[in-house]
Design a protein around this ligand. Structure first.
Ligand SMILES: C[S@@+](CC[C@H](N)C(=O)[O-])C[C@H]1O[C@@H](n2cnc3c(N)ncnc32)[C@H](O)[C@@H]1O
Length: 273
């Protein structure tokens, strides 16, 4: 555990005071669940960044940031609680939320925070991020967050998928799986499993070690699988390529991430359809 108990309490109080929770969380119980997700996310960031050099500011990008609650918590944790220099850049297509967050950061004197209204893949940055993260980035925005991490050469990418409508629409299940997928709960779970597993294999092909982990209890959110990737710069392995092609053939679909990585010239030709 890299975020201490008293620091978590301080972060909770900070979040409560500022009401930094997304507008869709109207009641207190939902807010607490959101806080739990964010605290677990901060914990993940603290874990992956613990070996980074402390001589320069930690550079974080939060894609599809919404209310920017995650960015505020991260900033407060590093800057306010452990006294470490940090820069957080948040981006979202919702202009009103970005403006509101910018006003809040100004009021708090959080000068290392920066907000951009726009599509994740249009992020403007002069620095290479250490961590690119996305918490419940809608649908294709999940693929964009991961693609942004690869394009910018982030050391770590942390992504928690949200709705997977586009992926699910194209997905085909083998006949014998019908006995699972006729139950909506299993159809949904299989969609997440296949989509995130394919994204993990794509990341393995472009020089990242990737795994999917449960980052928070399912009591806090049923969308609690985090794709966690660390840059290795290793070449694509045969097993990652073969595994990916097998899943793509079996489910007759691919995450949009594949297109982005091809567009960046990063995927091996063996993956081209
Ligand atoms: C479910 S909210 C999650 C917000 C925040 N990460 C959180 O956990 O509270 C999804 C956000 O993704 C944003 N979004 C969707 N597509 C996007 C895109 N292509 N680029 C940037 N933001 C996007 C929406 O505006 C929305 O704020």
């Amino acid at each position: 555990m890299h975020v201490e108990h008293n620091q978590k309490i301080a972060l909770c109080e900070f979040g409560e005071e500022l009401g930094l929770i997304a507008p869709e969380t109207r009641n207190r119980q939902d807010k607490q669940k959101k806080v739990e997700q964010i605290l677990s996310f901060v914990e993940e960031i603290a874990t992956v960044s613990r070996h980074y050099s402390k001589s320069k500011p930690l550079q974080l990008v939060d894609g599809a940031a919404g209310s920017c609650a995650l960015g505020f918590f991260i900033y407060h944790y590093y800057h306010g609680l452990i006294g470490r220099s940090v820069q957080v850049k948040s981006i979202d297509t919702n202009a009103a939320l970005m403006q509101k967050a910018a006003n809040t950061a100004h009021r708090l004197g959080f000068s290392g925070m920066d907000f951009q209204n726009g599509d994740v893949l249009d992020l403007e940055t002069q620095v290479q991020p250490d961590v690119v993260c996305g918490l419940h980035a809608c649908d294709l925005a999940t693929d964009k967050v991961i693609a942004l991490g690869v394009r910018t050469g982030a050391r770590n990418i942390l992504s928690v998928s949200c709705c997977q409508h586009s992926f699910r629409k194209k997905m085909t299940f083998a006949p014998e799986l019908r006995f699972f997928t006729e139950h909506r709960i299993y159809r949904d779970r299989m969609t997440y499993m296949v989509a995130d597993s394919m994204r993990a294999l794509l990341l393995e092909m472009v020089g990242y070690r990737a795994s999917v982990v449960e980052f928070v209890s399912s009591r806090a959110t049923d969308k609690n699988a985090m794709l966690r990737a660390a840059r290795t710069n290793l070449p694509a392995s045969r097993s990652a390529i073969e595994g990916y092609l097998r899943l793509r053939d079996a489910y007759r679909t691919a995450p949009r991430l594949e297109d982005y990585l091809f567009a960046f010239g990063r995927l091996p030709e063996a993956v081209r359809t």
